[in-house]
Design a protein around this ligand. Structure first.
Ligand SMILES: [Zn+2]
Length: 303
């Protein structure tokens, strides 16, 4: 799946999750958490492809992010080599390895929430130690920075689905192209900065949800995803038995088992089927927003 498809599926997953929780009366997240979280999840849905120097995310920061992507791919290759079983396919470039697992999705979310909380605590500590209360602001810069990066990424990627607007924006030149996403990301970061004392644990949930949405997207495209790593998954293959001179079923175990839809259901990345699936995903997101409007009682009749 392309970056723009991943971005909208991240946003749709975040909205659908909260929509169901709200309609069921389980949770009523604040409006700022809902809106900023939608864009953060859209951006986080691009994060697993940071293991490929050609991915959109790897191009955002020029040589720096491309270098990071190469290193992440290299680390993925090493982990793949160290944990693979004989039946596992050889890894070619480190792409779709460790960053395409549920373990990574959960760790990335936990690390985001943990670091954001830690930075806030550290900021307060510095303020207390130095006796300068204003220094606590430094602790809030990290969560705001995370939000700025992911919202900008998610906004730009998600907008690419609406071709007409993108063409128009491109005609207006390069500066115009980044101005609006930067403003949106800046507002989201500012709101997060103000929100930090009320808790930003939801940032971690958004990052995990984004990564999970990415995995789902890759599962339905050509080659599947090793989502359950490092759990070994058994499967039966036909092997030739030289003594008996015939093929017989043998049970093999794979730690990098590629979870995917049946071969006939898969479609190629960026093809016409992907455009249709992306449209369905956008419809799901719209449906989720309708659910939220209903659950929050924003309809004129309900108000
Ligand atoms: Zn991917």
């Amino acid at each position: 799946m392309l970056g723009k498809g991943h971005a909208v599926s991240g946003a749709a997953l975040w909205l659908t999750g909260w929509s169901w929780a709200s309609v069921a009366g389980l949770a009523h997240p604040r409006l700022d958490v809902l809106t900023i979280g939608t864009l953060v999840t859209a951006g986080a849905a691009l994060v697993p492809d940071l293991d490929h120097p050609d991915a959109r995310l790897a191009k955002t920061g020029g040589p720096v992010t491309e270098w990071i992507a190469r290193k992440v791919g290299h680390a993925g290759s090493l982990i793949h080599g160290a944990t693979k079983r004989p039946a596992d396919r050889p890894d070619l470039d480190g792409h779709r390895t460790v960053t395409h697992t549920l373990v990574f999705a959960v760790l990335a979310g936990a690390a985001t929430a943990g670091l954001a909380g830690l930075a806030d605590d550290l900021g307060r500590l510095i303020a207390a130690l130095t006796g300068v209360p204003a220094l606590y602001v430094f602790g809030r810069l990290l969560p705001a920075g995370i939000v700025f990066t992911l919202v900008k990424l998610g906004y730009v990627a998600a907008r690419a689905n609406f071709g007409g607007r993108q063409r128009r924006v491109r005609l207006l030149g390069r500066r115009r192209r980044w101005r609006k996403p930067t403003v949106v990301a800046g507002l989201a970061a500012l709101a997060t900065y103000v929100m930090v004392p009320a808790g930003v644990w939801w940032l971690g949930v958004a990052v995990t949800a984004g990564c999970v949405a990415h995995l789902l997207g890759d599962i339905i495209t050509a080659s599947g995803c090793p989502v359950v790593w490092p759990l070994p998954i058994p499967s039966t293959v036909q092997r030739y038995n030289r003594k008996l001179r015939r093929h017989e079923p043998v049970r093999v175990w794979r730690t990098w088992y590629l979870v995917g839809t049946p071969r006939w259901m898969r479609f190629s990345v960026g093809g016409p089927a992907e455009r249709i699936v992306t449209r369905w995903i956008i419809s799901l997101g719209v449906l989720a927003v309708a659910g939220l409007v209903y659950a929050y009682g924003w309809m004129p009749a309900a108000g």
